[in-house]
Design a protein around this ligand. Structure first.
Ligand code: ATP
Ligand code: MG
Length: 560
């Protein structure tokens, strides 16, 4: 194992180490088994990192298997998106993508096997009757009147189900286990139901479909999965998982282990709810940059490395807890701080005219490193001219502002333009309403990369762009999608917690010329503003749209 010895093993790593050492397992095989009924979200990222990560760490393999046993809600579009997301996170699945539906013939054979062994029967109780017969946790269920049918009759009935002679809901195939079991999952669970729907992989070949419970462990067994890792809500299904493995002639004996699902505050992580946000137009698609989907986070500028670091950091446990979304944001910010090239973009521009531009003593453009600590990222050119833009918030006419509080430009005083000259504010030109339309300044010659002469004390450093060749752009500022830390807790309706200010669109922003080369999703630090990337959906050759990935500092809850 390549892990650093100082880090304690999580409980799954302990189990795997024990199994490898004890010769129970020779090669670790895990799987990530999404149902293709929506896009993957941050919770799935945890499961992906866990399953692929364990396989990587212990020299094994991880399969990508679509758990496509329910044709009603599943679509090819989701299959494609899930493959894209897993690859983007940086993981390679073993061999071809697999589908539960690849094994439908085998499941059918195994259903016949259970019938022949007297361990499964076709039941015609209605859904309501079935529920009533099932009892509840403290009340044993009672046997279905169809439970004691002969093998021959069950084979004939099941064949009729398969041949489409019954309608949906008319009958199901059930395992014959124990209607009095304290575990409700063992009270003759359903194995097959009728669904007269086309399936995205098998078309119209089948009108009966296996249930998740009947399919999952057998899929694992067929694929030789050694450690089948799922979330805690399946712990009660484990006895059933084991019952199938014990009662069927399966080629391997996988074991199921459960871990706590990831819950994040200010976030919903349920495909059903995310789908509702999309379907009802509360967001702009599954990949809206405010969505906790992998595609949304990707579009927003989160990096695969930051998501992997986050999943590593939160670890794997057997008891649930809610993680602060700030921890995820920290990982994103840290990765971008270390790796994103710097650039300048003025979000709320006012024009600045350098009145003594003729005294500028440089030739060509200013040169700045792309990243302060990464010379390998090269340099960038910052053209400088008579007309510039700075941010409206970086200038004040109020000369009483303290130097400590306002480290920007004040009338009659000095400020440094990042990577360029020290300038002095001389005059503000206003329109008839008193709004500043232009700022007239003078530059202090000889101050590019040099301290100004004695007596000239710039208040701080501000960002700017050159008016002549800067790029017009739109900037999209995102805030959390929900105002409530637990938007779907208890009987709350998460739609009520939607933050109406989660998206602010700024137009007429001015970006430095070099950003014309920005690639979609490539992260930049816009100096003093935050981390941004080009939007992959709305940017075009004619229009630049940048997404704010995340602010420079954790400003949540503080007024900026
Ligand atoms: P959802 O509740 O969002 O619909 P799901 O569990 O139904 O999710 P699946 O496609 O069945 O979605 O999930 C694939 C895998 O991802 C499963 O092994 C599941 O346990 C895991 N998974 C889903 N949500 C989380 C989560 N929040 N944290 C960790 N793992 C998760
Ligand atoms: Mg599921």
């Amino acid at each position: 194992m390549s892990d650093t010895p100082s880090k304690p093993l999580n409980f799954l790593e302990q189990i795997i180490t024990r199994d490898l050492d004890g010769g129970i397992t020779s090669k670790v095989i895990t799987r990530f088994p999404p149902e293709p009924n929506g896009h993957l979200h941050i919770g799935h990222a945890k499961s992906i990192c866990l399953n692929f990560g364990l396989a990587e760490r212990f020299g094994g393999e991880c399969n990508l298997r679509f758990d496509d046993t329910n044709p009603e809600k599943e679509e090819q579009e989701y299959v494609d998106a899930i493959k894209r997301d897993v690859s983007w996170l940086g993981f390679n699945w073993a061999g071809e993508v697999r589908y539960a539906s690849d094994y439908f013939d085998q499941f059918y054979e195994w259903a016949l096997h259970l019938i022949r062994e007297g361990k499964a029967y076709v039941c015609h109780l209605s859904a309501e009757e079935t529920k009533e017969y099932r009892g509840w946790a403290t009340k044993p269920g009672k046997d279905s009147p169809y439970r004691e049918r002969s093998v021959a009759e069950n084979l004939a009935e099941f064949e009729k189900m398969r041949a489409g002679e019954y309608d949906e809901g008319q009958c199901v195939l059930r395992a014959k286990i124990d209607m009095a079991s304290p575990n409700m999952n063992m009270r003759d669970p359903m194995l097959y139901r009728i669904r007269k729907q086309s399936h995205h992989q098998t078309g119209d070949k089948w009108c009966i479909y296996p249930t998740y419970d009947f399919a999952h462990g057998q899929e694992d067994a067929i694929e030789g999965v050694t450690h089948s890792i799922c979330t805690l809500e399946f712990a009660d299904h484990r006895p059933l998982y084991e019952w199938f493995i014990d009662n069927l002639p399966v080629p391997a004996e996988p074991r199921q282990y459960e871990f706590a699902r990831l819950e994040l505050n200010y976030t919903v992580t349920s495909k059903r709810k995310l789908k509702q946000l999309v379907d009802e137009g509360h967001v702009d698609g599954w990949n809206d940059p405010r969505m906790p989907t992998i595609s949304g986070m990707r579009r927003r500028g989160y990096t695969p490395a930051s998501l992997r670091t986050f999943c590593e950091m939160i670890g794997v446990t057997k008891s649930g807890s809610t993680i602060d979304v700030g921890q995820l944001e920290y990982c994103v910010r840290d990765d971008l701080n270390n790796n994103a090239p710097r650039a300048m973009c003025v979000l709320d521009p006012i024009k600045v005219v350098v009145q003594n531009f003729d005294e500028a003593d440089f030739s060509g453009a200013m040169v700045q490193p792309a990243h302060p600590n990464k010379p390998e990222l090269g340099e960038r050119e910052l053209p400088f001219g008579r007309e510039l833009y700075i941010d409206r918030a970086d200038f004040s006419e109020d000369t009483t502002l303290s130097r400590k509080k306002f480290k920007r430009l004040v009338m009659g005083e000095y400020v440094r333009l990042r990577g360029a000259y020290v300038i002095k504010a001389e005059e503000a030109v206003k329109d008839s309403d008193g709004n500043i339309t232009e700022l007239r300044v003078s530059l202090v010659p000889g101050t590019v990369g040099e301290n100004p002469p004695e007596g000239i004390k710039p208040r701080g450093v501000i960002h700017w762009v050159n008016a002549e060749d800067c790029l017009d752009c739109e900037v999209r500022l995102y805030d959390r999608l929900f105002n409530d830390a637990a938007p779907d807790a208890g009987d709350k309706n998460y739609l009520d917690a939607i933050n109406p200010e989660s998206l602010r669109i700024l137009s007429g922003c001015k970006a430095e010329k070099g950003l014309a080369q920005a690639q979609p999703e490539q992260g930049f630090q816009f100096e003093r503003e935050g981390y941004f990337c080009l939007d992959s959906q709305y940017s075009s050759d004619d229009k630049l749209v940048f997404n704010r990935t995340i602010g420079l500092k954790d400003n949540w809850g503080k007024s900026v």
